[in-house]
Each structure stands twice: as C-alpha cells, then as structure tokens.
Design a protein around this ligand. Structure first.
Ligand code: SAH
Ligand code: SF4
Ligand code: F3S
Length: 476
C-alpha cells in the first residue's frame, strides 16, 4: 500500500472544542441553579462496535458538558441518534424513530434532536433530513464527531438545523472525553476506516480510508483501562489485519497483539474484525501462544461460492477460507469460530447457496451473523441483477438459520458437565437473581452468585445449555 499524506487534526482544533465544552457546561450549570434540575440526554446507537465506541466518546463529551443520561424520550433535553447504514433496515429504523419525535418536539420545543454517524456521510440522506425532518436540530458525520460540542452550542441558540459534515478520508482524533458503558469489558479502536471496497458494502464510503492509531497510544490506553479495573479488552477495526501498514514505522497486527498480550493485568483480549484475505500465519501463532488472547475468531466468509466471492470482491476462495480455519484449529483446538454471511447477493443461484451451506456444515461455527443482501447506494453491486426471487432468498435464509441453530446447540451441548472460566459481567437481563458472564470462547453463561463476583473470573460448572446461552453453578 502506498503511503498517503495523513491529515492530522491540529491540537488547537481539539482545544477549541474543550473550550466550547466548558462554555456549554457553564450554561447548563446556570440552568441547574435556576431550575434545580439536571439536563439529561438520550443517546441511541445503531450498528457495529465502532459506533458503540463512538457513542462512548459522545457520552463522554455530554457528561463533561453537564448532562446526565436517560433512556426515556419524555425526560430528555437532548436526543441523539448515532446511525448505521450498512443495510436498509438500519436506516428505516432511524427515519421511523426520528419521524416519531415530531410530536414530542412540538410539545417540548427546547428539546434538541441530533443525528450523527455513518448514515449522515451520505449526501442523499442529509438532503432527505433537511427537506422532510425539519424538527432535527443537529446533523454531523463520522469525520466531524469531535466537533459535537461546537454543533451543540450552535444548536442551542439557532432555530435552523446545524449541519457539520466532511467528505474526506477521515482523521485520527486522540484524547476525546469518554464515558464507557461497562466496568469489566472495554473496546479499544486500533484503526478506523476500510480500504477493501467489498462490492456490496457502504462502510469504506462512510468511514473513510484505513488509518491506524499509534501502538504506544493504544498500549497506554489499555494500561489505563487495566488500572481502572477492566479485565477484557476488545480491539476494534473494520479489518484489523491491515493494522499498521500506514504507520511511520510500519508494524503488523500480530506485533500489536503481542504487545497487548504483554500488558500486565489484561486477562482477556479479543478483536474484530479479521478479513480472510490477509490473516497471517504469524497472527494465528501469536493467538495460539498468547495466554491472554481468547480462543475465539470472528472470520466473516460472506458466501461459499467462488463465483459469488469474486463478484463480492472478497479476494479469497472457499478453499483458502477452509484452509485458514484448519490452521486456526490446529493452533487452538478449542477455538470458537463465528462468521458473517450474506444470503442473496445479486447473481447468487441455489447451487451457489449450497456452497454456503457446505462451509457451514464443514466448519460447524459456534454462531453466525446472517444477513439478506441489501443494495446500498453508490456501491458497485447496487444495480446488479438478481437470479433468485425475494421468496427464494428468504427460504435459503431460513434453511441457513435452521442448520446453524442445530449446530450451535450441538456445540453448546459439548460443554455439559465441564467447568469453564467465566468473566462475570453483571446481573442477567431476564433474571436479576442470576449473574451473567462469558467464557473465553465468548459463550454466555448464567449462574446464581454473589454481586461481589461481578468483574471476577469464576469457575462455573455447566449444567444446562440452550442455543444461545448456558446455565451453570459456581464450582468448588
Ligand atoms: N468489516 C467487517 C464487517 C463490517 S459490516 C468485515 O469485513 O467483516 C458487518 C457485516 O454486515 C458484513 O460482514 C456483512 O456480512 C454485512 N453486510 C455488509 N454490507 C451488507 C449489505 N449491503 N447487505 C447485507 N449485509 C451486509
Ligand atoms: Fe465492508 Fe468489506 Fe470493509 Fe468489511 S472489509 S467493512 S465488508 S468493505
Ligand atoms: Fe454500520 Fe457504520 Fe458500523 S455503517 S456497521 S455503524 S461502520
């Protein structure tokens, strides 16, 4: 890859946002003195972990500006949607939710409504918001997330929709405030953007080009997290195998993983997402040897037919994918494998789809993320023709789900009677008497235990399993 000139955000630009944060904070503090009521914000996140991590930064900025958080629209002084556009249904949900706020905005004219994230990097969407959703006060994209304080301050005073979008390759912005969702597990973005341009995918258009954070900054962030008590770190990037190619002193993802594994006190390391085209033997070795690196690999294959893979611009074959899985299992016999699959890519026939089922049968994944193809504006696949009807695609999708459910259950049954190490994350959503956590392989385990166990690694004996989770009791 040729090196490009990286656009750095000048330190002054970040300082300016910090000054705005202080000003907004003063205004909100004055309001608090007058009304005796804290301002509250509701932030709704769609999409991938990258977006979740961005939301943690948005919440960090909001917190510094004096906001508390709520999940009730009626209570909120500010509602912000951090959006995803990877499939059409993600976009429709946002339009539905924002449309439904019109009424509330009439009742509460001072409530501010904002939309940000990937969807806003598309011109036709911003146009639609401007013309049909006039009750929206703020619009900003992924590349201008760091300017949220500036957008918010303007929106507090102006009646028009404040829009701040940049269509460029993107920046790396360090030192943004952060309010993390959990106390046990943390996400650390190691790179942003994607250069792969899979023919169906919008991500490279809305997230810009690949850019890696410096390794020493990543390691420092992880050390800090460990000192705050975090036990599990998930390294994030759209294609982590490309990490480091653009650094002044190039290094690869396997080198970074070695450094992360060596940080004292990190108990579990995960990462996502890897692209099969450039996962290296070196990485598989580092995973096998690194004692804090979890036995888990999310390796999307998307489709089983080589013709479809070619049309998707994925740059690997079914045979190469299966070879990688064989190598990963050789290095880590207990590894849990997960994948993403798209059903019904244009041109996919029933015979092609059989190849997808064949991979699923051969590999026996622990679980799958399955999607029906959704055409995305501006991508090369947008106007390609289908061979299969909507109903045929749906039927194939159903077959895939049923096959995988059988496999997931079978895989979980292999855990019956075994004792596994669980990192306890909190109380179970469905039963507040139960604790919940995950195995190193990423399986959800529920069990009865003391609240003091939250954040600890506990040995649990598995007594019952379902397709999506397991139940057990504290061992010994
Ligand atoms: N960078 C990651 C995935 C990002 S998007 C990777 O390459 O693996 C997450 C998943 O959404 C993809 O793996 C793919 O399975 C799915 N996806 C992306 N674009 C899609 C589209 N247009 N229609 C349906 N599914 C899509
Ligand atoms: Fe999209 Fe492909 Fe990049 Fe993943 S690797 S984000 S699927 S273009
Ligand atoms: Fe969606 Fe953007 Fe992630 S499009 S999948 S939120 S990078």
């Amino acid at each position: 890859m040729s090196k490009r000139e990286k656009i750095e955000i000048p330190v002054e630009a970040i300082k300016e946002q910090q000054e705005i944060i202080s000003r907004v904070r003063q205004r909100n503090d004055l309001d608090l003195q007058r009304s005796g009521r804290h301002k509250s914000a509701m932030v709704v996140t769609y999409g991938c972990q990258q977006n979740e991590n961005d939301t943690e930064h948005l919440k960090g900025m909001l917190k510094e500006m004096g906001y508390l958080f709520t999940e009730e629209k009626e209570e909120a002084d500010l509602i912000l949607y951090n959006t995803c556009c990877v499939r059409e249904n993600a976009e429709l949900k946002v339009f539905g939710n924002v449309g439904a706020l019109k009424h509330l905005k009439t009742k509460k004219p001072h409530m501010l409504i904002g939309i940000c994230g990937c969807m806003m990097q598309q011109e036709h969407i911003v146009k639609q918001i401007k013309s049909k959703y006039k009750h929206v006060d703020m619009v900003f994209g992924t590349h201008t997330l760091y300017k949220f304080p500036e957008v918010l301050e303007k929106a507090m005073d102006e009646a028009y929709t404040v829009i701040d979008i940049l269509d460029n390759d993107g920046y790396i912005v360090e030192d943004l405030p952060i309010h993390r969702e959990g106390r046990v597990k943390a996400w650390v973005s190691i790179m942003y953007g994607c250069n792969n341009f899979c023919s169906y995918c919008i991500v490279p258009y809305v997230r810009g080009r690949e850019r890696s954070r410096k390794p020493d900054i990543i390691i420092e962030e992880i050390r800090q997290l460990v000192s705050e008590g975090y036990k599990e770190i998930t390294l994030l990037g759209q294609n982590v195998n490309s990490y480091g190619k653009d650094l002044d002193t190039p290094m690869d993802f396997a080198d970074l993983m070695e450094q992360v594994n060596a940080v004292q006190g990190v108990k579990r390391i995960r990462f996502m997402t890897s692209h099969p085209k450039d996962i290296s033997d070196k990485l598989i070795n580092v995973m096998g040897e690194g004692e804090n690196i979890c036995e888990q690999l999310h390796l999307p294959f998307q489709a089983g037919s080589n013709n479809v893979l070619k049309a998707m611009n994925r740059k690997y074959t079914k045979e190469r994918y299966l070879e990688l899985i064989r190598k990963a299992r050789e290095a880590m016999p207990d590894i849990a494998l997960t994948s993403d699959i798209i059903v019904g890519f244009p041109g996919e026939t029933n015979e092609d789809f059989e190849q997808t089922l064949d991979i699923v049968r051969q590999v026996e994944f622990d679980s799958l993320f399955t999607f029906i193809y959704s055409p995305r504006k501006g991508t090369p696949a947008e106007n390609l023709d289908d061979v299969l009807t909507k109903e045929e695609k749906q039927a194939n999708f159903q077959r895939l789900l049923e096959l995988q459910n059988e496999i997931s259950l079978k895989k979980n049954k292999a855990y019956l009677g075994k004792t596994v190490e669980v990192l306890v994350e909190g109380t179970s959503k469905n039963n507040s008497e139960m604790l919940t956590g995950r195995t190193r392989t990423g399986k959800i385990v529920n069990f009865a235990g003391d609240q003091a166990m939250i954040g600890e690694l506990i040995n649990v004996e598995i007594s019952d399993v379902q397709t999506w989770s397991m139940v057990g009791s504290v061992h010994g």
